[in-house]
Design a protein around this ligand. Structure first.
Ligand code: UDP
Length: 449
């Protein structure tokens, strides 16, 4: 009889994708898969006929994602509180099933922190999936200390101050969220870290060549196993976990463009802009004279359900601009016509760009994006920053710097080397493949329930 692994992603796109990639990986190694999901951003189970899905009704917090809505943190706290009893009931019911395969472990998202204690109470070994980098966990640990030392809230004059223990971060690169106080963030990070301490180990969507120092630093504080098994999407078939339907026509459009000529513009599943920024972005792209694909997600302009592009923009970019409401991003980035990625530096987007050797224009907005961008620009030097007010002149200049000037050529060269590192990690003797084998042995060593 085989073994079952239970998985519970946090219901945001950037958390669902990597969790389903872990599911696919474990399924390919003979484990049966049971996925818990919430009615908010519920997963389309028909796309995964080989898995079992269990809906954890989340106390009325249903809906579909549209934007970061300023209250993402409150949502996470509410989910943790509202789902506690509901998840407990689901878990006890699954554990009591007599005719099903035995359970090896639970893999939960970092931010499902309350569930850790329930799983411990029921004796279910639990691993944490960190969908961001390992470095983010070190930021979480240090954040409360920086508050205690009086560095947070950050003074204007200290924004560029380096944080020695979190190099290469400066104060301005620390995680933050719109409309979210540093106390709320501190509590969230503290909950996340405390629950990790109570877990059996951490799985991270990263690879040793870019994150091993951060893993060492993490393990000095929390000596539990860490499995860097990314880039996860390179171990699994193309993702089917998009919450929006990807517009695949952009792949045909890319086939008609010359190699390395197209700028891909996407800010992930949650980041938003105001209407003025939308207009500046449109004219910046138009004035750059560079072919582009621009993902304009429904709801991505604050206060507008329907996004209206400025008059004359479609005509001005006809033949070299492609607008989609959602792209098959991993395939787009892997296309030979793509030459650069203007990104918000969500971790998934960042690692997907690295895998395909696509240099980045970084425009981070919130959460871990500023820190990720700092690594991209200053540790790995594979991107440039789009600084200051979002304004058409700055945008045009950044695109030209990266895609046409010598500086861009050097960045592309470094990016090719990084892509090579990523490709080595997934070879059969590469670090991530070895770590996957270790993870499988680790999971198999748990006493089955
Ligand atoms: N994504 C996609 N199509 C799009 C935009 C994003 O498939 O048009 C995917 C992208 O490949 C990534 C995820 O959505 O896997 C976004 O995660 P990320 O961590 O980059 O950003 P977040 O949405 O969490 O801010």
């Amino acid at each position: 009889m085989g073994k079952r692994v239970l998985l519970f992603p946090l219901p945001f796109q950037g958390h669902i994708n990597p969790m389903l990639e872990v599911a696919a990986l474990l399924h390919s190694r003979g484990f049966s898969i049971t996925i818990f999901h919430t009615s908010y951003n519920s997963i389309d189970s028909t796309k995964y006929p080989l898995y079992r899905f269990i809906l954890v009704e989340d106390g009325g917090i249903s809906g579909r994602f549209r934007s970061v809505v300023g209250d993402a943190m409150q949502r996470i706290t509410a989910w943790n509180n509202n789902c506690e009893q509901l998840f407990y009931d689901c878990l006890t019911s699954v554990l009591s099933e007599k005719n099903e395969e035995p359970i090896a472990c639970l893999i939960r998202d970092t931010h499902w922190y309350n569930l850790q204690y329930l799983a411990n109470k029921l004796g279910v070994p639990t691993l944490v999936l960190r969908t961001g980098s390992t470095a983010t966990l070190n930021w979480y640990m240090t954040f409360p200390q920086l508050i205690q030392k009086g560095f947070i809230p950050v003074q204007e004059s200290q924004l560029n101050m380096p944080i020695i223990e979190l190099a290469p971060l400066r104060m301005r690169d620390l995680p933050c969220l719109p409309d979210c106080s540093h106390e709320v963030l501190r509590d969230l990070f503290t909950h996340a870290i405390d629950a990790i301490r109570a877990s059996s180990g951490v799985i991270v969507n990263t690879f040793d060549a870019i994150d091993s120092t951060e893993v060492e630093n993490f393990q000095k504080e929390i000596p539990i196993p860490v499995f860097c098994i990314g880039p996860l999407h390179k171990f699994t078939p193309p993702a089917r976990s998009s919450l929006l339907d990807p517009d695949r026509s952009c792949l045909d459009w890319l086939d008609m463009q010359s190699a390395g000529s197209v700028l891909y513009v996407s800010f992930g599943s949650l980041a938003c802009m105001n209407f003025e920024e939308l207009i500046e972005t449109a004219w910046g792209l138009a004035n750059s004279d560079q072919p582009f694909i621009w993902v304009v997600r429904p709801g991505s302009v604050l206060g507008k359900d329907k996004v209206d592009l400025p008059d004359g923009f479609i005509e001005a970019t006809s033949g070299r601009g492609k607008i989609v409401s959602w792209a098959p991003q991993q395939e787009v980035l892997a296309h030979a016509a793509i030459g650069a990625f203007w990104t918000h530096n969500g971790w998934n987007s960042t690692i997907e760009a690295i895998c395909e050797g696509v240099p980045m224009i970084c425009r981070p907005q919130f959460a871990d994006q500023m820190g990720n961008a700092r690594y991209v620009m200053h540790a790995w030097k594979v991107g440039i920053e789009l600084e200051g007010k979002l304004e058409r002149g700055n945008i045009e200049m950044a695109i030209k710097r990266l895609m046409r000037e010598d500086e861009g050529a050097e960045i592309r060269q470094r990016m090719r080397a990084m892509k090579h590192e990523a490709s080595l990690s997934i070879k059969s003797d590469g670090s991530s493949s070895i770590n996957i084998d270790k993870l499988i042995s680790f999971i198999s060593s748990f006493k089955i329930l």
